[in-house]
Design a protein around this ligand. Structure first.
Ligand code: ZN
Length: 396
């Protein structure tokens, strides 16, 4: 059995939107109240036992009596809030994880809530309609089919005011047909992937198409933010009757903020979509996929934009391959990348001519001939072949 999360955009009507906002607020309220209660208990009595999520769920009943409006919220979502808070505390107590103390949630934070599936309260009616607790039938749109047993559903609103849901389902492991083929992948900068079969997939810089537009809007946003701040200061200084104090009172600034978020979101979506397409095809076409182990320490240090984009793409790529291989019954092998670019994939000898090269000269070497067996190599394809050979060795 595998768990899958399927994300979909939803289009709630006005009443449903209001219900969603109420629910976000209730969940935030419960989280903050419970967090405050834990802090106060500890302050009053250092020996007081920490209250886990079962204990917090028991307190919910009393809380609902005190604050009857909490009943407007979908009830399992409040329990999930307690569980999330309990998890946050557990991560904090676990000294190995070095997680910080749980924080209070502000209205500005990302807003979401999760409902657990109980007795058919969540039902997929057709490809465009889903029945959700407290909300009723909501229109949704997604590129994927929601299949399997529904375990939970998370609803959220993003910075542009769009609503999304993510359905967690459990289903039988669906496998892709075995093809008997294996492949090694070298991950690069200008070409994102170079396969041992010699196929190259470009690193498409989706951000570049958008760059000019984004820069224009970011400047506009900065200008409007500045103006808004000046006006807030003015109102305060001149003691006007109804002074503006919050940025939410400046609709032109808010509109621009949404535009910038939208553009950034679009780039991120295009990038992810591209990676999904490549990885699904690879997992469909090959039974065994071998990749190099990524050097995560070196990644953090790099400040070049193209580098950092490539690094992010590589990590995402490997994580997508990892779970897709598990879902579809294929195998992902991760190998040590040491010397894979310097060894001849034909005769297996290391080319020592490279030792004399400077860093720049070495990076510029795109093709070479093996001094031992005279085979002509494309640098990246040769590396991919070595990566594949290393992976197959671990299988034998
Ligand atoms: Zn050779």
């Amino acid at each position: 059995m595998v768990l899958k999360a399927i994300k979909a955009r939803i289009y709630p009507n006005q009443t449903q939107k209001e219900q969603l906002l109420v629910n976000f607020g209730c969940v935030r309220f419960v989280w903050n109240q419970m967090l405050n209660m834990q802090i106060e208990r500890h302050k009053n009595n250092k020996d007081a036992k920490y209250q886990n999520h079962f204990a917090m769920n028991n307190m919910l009943k009393a809380m609902k009596l005190e604050y009857p409006w909490l009943k407007q919220a979908e009830s399992t979502s409040l329990q999930v809030a307690n569980r999330d808070l309990d998890d946050a505390f557990k991560r904090f107590f676990n000294k190995k994880l070095k997680n910080g103390f749980p924080r209070f949630k502000r209205k500005k934070c990302a807003q979401s809530y999760t409902s657990k599936a109980v007795k058919n309260n969540i039902q997929v009616l057709d490809n465009h309609h889903i029945k959700l607790p407290k909300l009723g039938v909501v229109k949704y749109r997604t590129g994927r089919k929601i299949t399997g047993k529904i375990k939970a559903v998370t609803l959220r609103i993003n910075s542009q005011g769009q609503y999304y849901l993510s359905v967690l389902t459990e289903s039988e492991n669906q496998t892709f047909k075995k093809t008997g083929k294996v492949i090694g992948l070298d991950l690069g900068l200008s070409d994102l992937i170079i396969t041992s079969d010699g196929i190259k997939h470009d690193t498409i810089r989706f951000d570049k198409d958008m760059q000019a537009k984004l820069r224009l809007h970011e400047r506009k946003l900065a200008r409007r933010l500045h103006k808004a701040k000046v006006e807030i200061a003015f109102d305060k200084h001149e003691k006007v009757l109804f002074p503006r104090t919050k940025l939410t009172q400046f609709p032109r600034y808010q509109a621009e903020r949404k535009t910038v978020a939208k553009l950034k979101n679009k780039v991120a979506n295009q990038r992810l979509d591209y990676l999904h397409k490549i990885t699904t095809k690879l997992v469909k076409d090959y039974d065994v996929i071998v990749v190099e182990k990524l050097n995560t320490n070196g990644m953090l240090k790099n400040h070049h934009l193209s580098r950092s984009i490539a690094n992010a793409a590589w990590s995402k790529l490997v994580s997508l391959l990892d779970y897709k291989c598990k879902w579809y019954g294929k195998q992902l092998i991760i190998v040590d990348p040491k010397n894979t670019s310097r060894i001849c994939s034909n005769c297996g000898k290391k080319n020592h001519d490279f030792d004399k090269l400077t860093q720049q000269e070495w990076l510029n070497t795109r093709e070479w001939n093996c001094p031992n067996c005279q085979t002509h190599h494309d640098r990246d394809v040769n590396a991919a072949k070595n990566i594949l050979a290393r992976g197959l060795k671990t299988l034998a």
